[in-house]
Write a protein that binds this ligand. Structure first.
Ligand SMILES: Nc1ncnc2c1ncn2[C@@H]1O[C@H](COP(=O)(O)OP(=O)(O)OP(=O)(O)O)[C@@H](O)[C@H]1O
Length: 466
């Protein structure tokens, strides 16, 4: 056990896998991505790369050995704080505006954070959300990055509103959703949709459909709730690829969520490309934001370990709230599972459909309004089903489910595919065993009720319960 003294406006950066480390704030003030630490109680960190920053100086007590640790004197925190004050100014303007609730002037800032992989987008979102919460605004947080989930498992998109504070000890750094036991920090109620794949470009059309669906729900929350309306939005995006497909996806996000502030982190080239593209767009401000020197490039192996830690926490909780999932044996006939297809597989399926019934490639610019009207953007006035993004798994080929995480949709198993894709996610189950000979599945479920008769969605996420 040792003490670490951090001078004002400096941060202690650390990386830890296993075993965990324990930190206590002994004196002064300190924060982790904007969320303040209390003096006294221990904070445990596992599978994290993070920083403890102090505005006025502090002393920490450290128990355990991080893999990497150092004190950094140069941080972009002052810029982030100024950015927060600017956004709060816009929130205040919206709050005291006498305009009608559906007009632009009564809406708080809709901020989208863009940048290459590992540029610090999620960390900036956490910081801006934490600062806004301290000033009694509750921006809706939206995560559109399938690899780095927020209050959900990888492969999902989510949004939440009305948090008290973020939980820095949680695997994803946001907190936990409702569970049966008491939580130290108030649980959040996210709205989750399943995308199922790892990258936006694995199936851009499905990705845009999912974005549009979430955007509609978020817009309806903003139109019905004064707090959401004036607090605005903070949107986290996946690592941006500097390509036509990447810009196409970005454009869908910006238009669907009616974004009016686009923050570009960590890439001068991306910033100038986006700035040029939206030069004449009076509705959008594109701002360049410095990347923190603490941002760490994470290997795919590390991300897999981190995702496994998130899944484990989902089923078994953590030291503050241990959970007991239930293992259930099911007859393969009892479950209806759909596999989410990548773009290449979806086009193969489309090619064997009658003319005019298939997907039409990915760059169709499907918008939220089109989705609302049930128009998949292919000019047929139909729903997403025509694009065949799902494939039903037959009972005799259930071995493919071994070690899969299945998202439980909120619609019954006999609904149409398009309704299943449109539905939000209630939770997840894990397939721990598939018995081919007896045609049975063993699944781990977080709830102890009867297994629901809802459609299940299988993405690419696998896990080993060890
Ligand atoms: N100031 C900092 N000190 C130490 N680590 C940091 C700091 N800022 C960010 N990190 C870490 O760097 C990694 C990348 O940051 P972050 O997740 O915010 O990037 P991202 O752009 O959202 O990544 P992705 O493109 O994968 O979504 C994370 O593990 C994060 O915790």
């Amino acid at each position: 056990m040792r003490e670490i003294t951090i001078a004002k406006e400096c941060e202690w950066r650390f990386e830890v896998d296993e075993p965990e480390i324990e930190i206590k704030l002994l004196s002064g003030t300190a924060e982790c991505f904007g969320t303040e630490l209390a003096v006294g109680p221990p904070y445990k960190f596992r599978y994290q790369k993070a920083a403890i920053f102090t505005w006025h100086g502090c002393v920490l007590q450290l128990d355990g050995e991080p893999l990497v640790e150092y004190i950094a004197e140069e941080t972009p925190m002052l810029t982030y704080l100024n950015l927060h004050f600017a956004l709060n100014g816009l929130r205040k303007q919206a709050e005291f505006s006498s305009a009608t609730p559906d007009s632009e002037a009564s809406l708080g800032p809709r901020v989208c954070i863009v940048g290459p992989k590992d540029a610090g987008k999620t960390s900036l979102l956490k910081t801006l959300e934490a600062y806004a919460l301290k000033q009694f605004y509750h921006p809706i947080c939206v995560n559109l990055s399938p690899t780095q989930s927020m209050l959900a498992l990888p492969g999902s998109f989510s949004a939440f509103h009305l948090a008290t504070m973020l939980d820095i000890q949680d695997a994803d750094g946001f907190g936990s959703s409702m569970a049966t036991g008491p939580t130290q920090i108030q649980a959040k109620s996210p709205l989750v949709y399943s995308y199922g794949l790892d990258e936006a470009l694995d199936n851009p059309k499905l990705y845009k459909n999912c974005v549009s669906r979430l955007a509609i729900t978020v817009a309806s929350r903003m139109s019905q709730n004064d707090d959401a309306r004036r607090s605005g939005l903070l949107i986290d995006t996946p690592g941006m690829v500097d390509s036509e497909k990447g810009y196409n996806i970005l454009h869908s996000i910006l238009t669907d969520f009616r974004v009016n502030v686009c923050l570009v982190l960590g890439s001068e080239r991306l910033y100038s490309a986006i700035k040029r593209k939206y030069n004449d767009a009076h509705w959008l401000k594109v701002l360049k934001i410095p990347k923190s020197g603490g941002c760490v490039d994470r290997s795919s192996e590390w991300i897999q370990h981190w995702q496994a830690a998130c899944v484990k926490q989902y089923f078994y909780g953590d030291y503050r709230m241990p959970l007991s999932p239930l293992s259930i044996v099911l007859d393969a006939q009892e479950v209806v599972v759909y596999r989410v297809l990548e773009a290449s597989a979806h086009l193969m399926r489309s090619s064997v459909l009658p003319l005019g019934m298939g997907g039409d490639g990915e760059e169709d610019g499907t918008s939220a309004a089109a989705v609302e009207n049930g128009d998949s953007g292919d000019g047929l006035g139909g729903h997403f089903m025509q694009d065949n993004h799902l494939e039903r798994i037959h009972t005799d080929s259930m071995t493919i489910l071994q070690n899969s995480i299945l998202a439980v949709s909120s619609v019954s198993a006999d609904e149409d595919e398009h309704l299943i894709l449109d539905s939000c996610i209630l939770g997840y189950v894990f397939v721990s065993d598939v018995d081919d000979t007896k045609n049975r599945l063993t699944v781990l479920s977080p709830v102890q009720h009867r297994f629901p008769n809802n459609a299940l969605l299988m993405g690419t996420l696998k896990w080993q319960d060890s």
